[in-house]
Design a protein. Sequence first.
Length: 339
Amino acid sequence: MQKLRTYYKSTVIYLQKWWNGLKEDRNVFVFMIFLFISTGIWFLNALQKEYTSIIEYPVKFTNIPKDYILKDSKTKELQLKVTAGGFNILRYYLSTSRIPLSINVSEMKELEGKGREGFYLLSSNYFKSINGQLSNGMKLLSISPDTLFIRLSPKMTRRLPITPDIDLAFKTQYNQAGDIVLEPDSVDVTGDAAIVDSLESVKTKHSVFKDLSDTLVVLLPLEKTEGLKYSTGSVTVTVPVEPFTESSIMIPVVARNVPDSMRLKTFPSEIKVSFRVSLNRFESINAEDFTAAVYFTPDLINNNNQRIKVKLERYPEGLYFVDYTPLFVEYLLEKGKKR
C-alpha cells in the first residue's frame, strides 16, 4: 500500500511539472489548443458528409413448429448496405439496443430436390420492413445474404440418469461408507432428437475432493451440451464417509462340482480374507458372510501340479480392499462317496 501511495504521488508531481512547463512555453500551449480545436472541427465536418457503409442487423426466427427445433442457421445477422450521414451511422453503432428482425419460419419455403433439406426465404421480402426500422436519414441499398437458409430437426425429451464425475481421496483410516446419493438422480434433457438419443447419461462437472474425514454434501453443476435444455442445472451429491479399520477372518474352502464317487480335500482347508470395514459394522462381520470355493474339473485327476485356484465367491457389501491368501491351495482326490 505504501509503494502504491508513493507511485501515485510521484505521478501527480510529474504531471504537474509537465503542465506547468507547458503553460510556461506559450507557443507549445497555444499549438496544442489549436490542434485540439482543429481536430474537433475536422471530425464534425466529416460526420456531416454522407457515406455508403455496411452495417450489421440482428435476426431472430419465430413461429418454429412445436415439435421441432432450429438445428442451425448460418445467418444470425444481415449485412445491410446503407447510405447515411456520418452522425446517423455513428449513432447506429453506439446504440446498445437493436430490435432484431423477426423471420416467421411458417412463411419460409421448403427446399426441393434429392439430398436437399431445410427452408429458405428471400431477404428482399423484408426490404421495406428493414428500411422502415432504420433511423431517419438512413437509406437501405441492399441486403446480404440475398437468401436465408435454416434447417429444422425433430425435438426430443428424455429422462437421463446423472453420473457424478468426481475424484475422492480420504484421510488415513477413513473411506467411503456406502453408495453415492444424488438428488435428483436424473434430469429431463430436451433438444435435437439425434443428439438426445445418443446420450446415455449426464455427468456433473469434474470435481476433486481431498482429505475427506466426514460425509461430503456438495452442490455440483451439470456438464451441459450446447443446444440442449435441462430441467435442472445442478445436483446435490452426498458421499457417506466413516472411519474404517483393517480386519481379517478365516473362512473354510468348499469344493464344488465334485462327482459323487470322489472326494476333494484342500490343504489348507481355510483361507485368510483381509479387508477394511467401517467401525460401526466391524462387530457384525463373521465367517458365514463369506464363501470361498475350488472347482473340480476332470483334468485335475492327472494333474501333476496338485494345486488349484481358490475363488472368493461371496463377501458382504461395504468392504474395501478385499484380499485373500493363499490364492492357490494343494488338493487331494480320493475315491469314495463325498461326506
